[in-house]
Design a protein around this ligand. Structure first.
Ligand code: GDP
Ligand code: IMO
Ligand code: MG
Length: 422
């Protein structure tokens, strides 16, 4: 059996959580393969909105296997909070959720290091979610990290104290006051909670499930333009958000990759610092933020908004080998008299449609203008009834990027979905 991979094609928050929730009935297994509690994946049904940070977005469907893969960094405190909320809703998680022994742990001191590092950068700060992601992945690649499997070892406390001591030394570099004790209680309660779950050798577990012909969806976090290698470095996250991350983050061979499903918003948003060529700093951007409720699911920060960026979308499609495009939040664009789409960037008096090494130089986007539509489309359930200008907008995107848009989301709810050629 193959693994389908669902990824964000922009700067995160494309609506991945909602789409995974919609697609889960087609699958037996949903697995997260990278990132950590920097992710905030929202899904909505029965008028209730849920925000997931570490737990895969298949969790609200019965009899599905959800896996937190080895590529994920897990914060026990955040995990416990999430588990408590979901358990409070009557979902028994222990039968449905499996955690990789090889997933790395985010320590309270990682979070402190993240905050201290960002504070020291001043205006050049990345705008991290301050969840300790960067420092935890640094310890992973620096070969100092603590893993979920270590919880079961006899000398876990010794390992913990050794790493914390290292962090205390590092923190001396910064002019930053902190109180570790304040965070440790919740963290150790989280460790207890993790221990009540099925902690597995996930690479074997995953490959056994594939041999048993289980239908498998890997759920990406963040977005391609935040990838550590291909994003707008250094304004990126610390993991490979692209499709290959699913191989290393779950222990599956590249030959196992099936359909690659790329999720993109009908416009662009970015939260945190870094270049954003099509950003709108005017009332049009403000209107998008308000209509789209563009405030971070993890930090509540206002998201920066701008028009759809086709060169960036083509770049993401290329890097991930996207087969199908899933478009979200198109309902937000109703009522804009004119819709713009960036088709290239003017760089040194020439028009380019490739992302340059220094994405910050793409100061002048070139736009195609298309007519807008007035109708509220959030209650529509078939493509045929879409207003003509909206069909034209989707057709334009498909012809430019040469991939089909197969699913269209017209609102945050599970039911607000349209299948085009899926
Ligand atoms: P993710 O991180 O990719 O899962 O996306 P987020 O959950 O962070 O952000 C997407 C936001 O848009 C959430 O508040 C969703 O409830 C909401 N959303 C998802 N799809 C749609 C849609 O088609 N239309 C509207 N209006 N909102 C949507
Ligand atoms: P989901 O999965 C949007 C951004 C942060 C910051 C940069 C680095 O919900 O799409 P980090 O905390 O990783 O050190 O932050 O990446 N970022 C996200 N932006 N959605 C996310 O996740 C993000 N995860 C990280 O805002 O600019
Ligand atoms: Mg999000």
């Amino acid at each position: 059996m193959k693994v389908d991979v669902l990824l964000g094609l922009q700067w995160g928050d494309e609506g991945k959580g909602k789409i995974v929730d919609v697609l889960t009935p087609k699958y037996d297994v949903i697995a997260r393969f990278q990132g950590g509690p920097n992710a905030g994946h929202s899904l909505e049904f029965n008028r209730i909105k849920h925000i997931l940070h570490s737990i895969p977005s298949g969790i609200f469907h019965k009899n599905k296997i959800n896996i937190i893969g080895n590529g994920v960094v897990l914060d026990p405190s955040v995990f416990k909070e999430e588990v408590d909320i979901i358990t409070g809703m009557g979902v028994t998680l222990e039968d449905q959720l499996y955690i990789s022994k090889k997933a790395h742990l985010i320590l309270p001191s990682h979070r402190i290091l993240d905050a201290a590092s960002e504070a020291s950068k001043g205006k050049t700060k990345i705008g991290s979610t301050l969840k300790g992601i960067g420092p935890a992945y640094m310890d992973k690649t620096g070969r100092n990290g603590l893993r979920v499997g270590d919880i079961q070892s006899g000398n876990f406390m010794e390992k913990y104290n050794f790493l914390v001591e290292k962090h205390r030394e590092l923190l001396k570099m910064y002019d930053y006051t902190y109180d570790l004790k304040e965070h440790e209680k919740a963290w150790f309660e989280g460790i207890e909670r993790i221990s009540s779950f099925q902690i597995v050798d996930s690479e074997y577990f995953v490959n056994d499930l594939l041999r048993e012909e289980k239908r498998f969806l890997a759920e990406g976090a963040q977005g391609t333009l935040l990838d550590i290698d291909f994003g707008s470095y250094p304004f990126v996250t610390s993991s490979n958000t692209v499709c290959s991350g699913a191989c290393s983050g779950l222990g599956i061979s590249p030959s196992r990759i099936g359909n690659v499903l790329g999720v993109f918003k009908a416009y662009c948003t970015r939260v945190g610092g870094g270049p954003f060529p099509t950003e709108l700093l005017d009332e049009t951007g403000e209107k998008m933020r308000e209509k789209g409720a563009e405030f971070g699911a993890t930090t509540g920060r206002p998201r920066r908004c701008g028009w759809l960026d086709l060169p960036a979308l083509k770049y993401s499609i290329m890097l991930n080998g996207v087969d199908q495009l899933l478009m979200t939040k198109i309902d937000v664009l109703s009522g804009f008299p004119e819709i713009k789409i960036c088709t290239g960037y003017r760089i040194d008096h020439k028009i380019a449609d490739r992302i340059p090494f220094d994405i910050g130089t793409m100061s002048e986007p070139v736009f195609e203008k298309l007519p807008g539509w007035e109708e509220d489309i959030s209650k529509l359930r078939d493509f045929k009834s879409f207003p003509e200008p909206l069909k034209e907008y989707i057709g334009f995107i498909e012809s430019e990027v040469k991939k089909p848009v197969t699913m269209i989301s017209v609102g945050p709810d599970r039911n607000q979905i349209i299948y085009k050629d899926f």
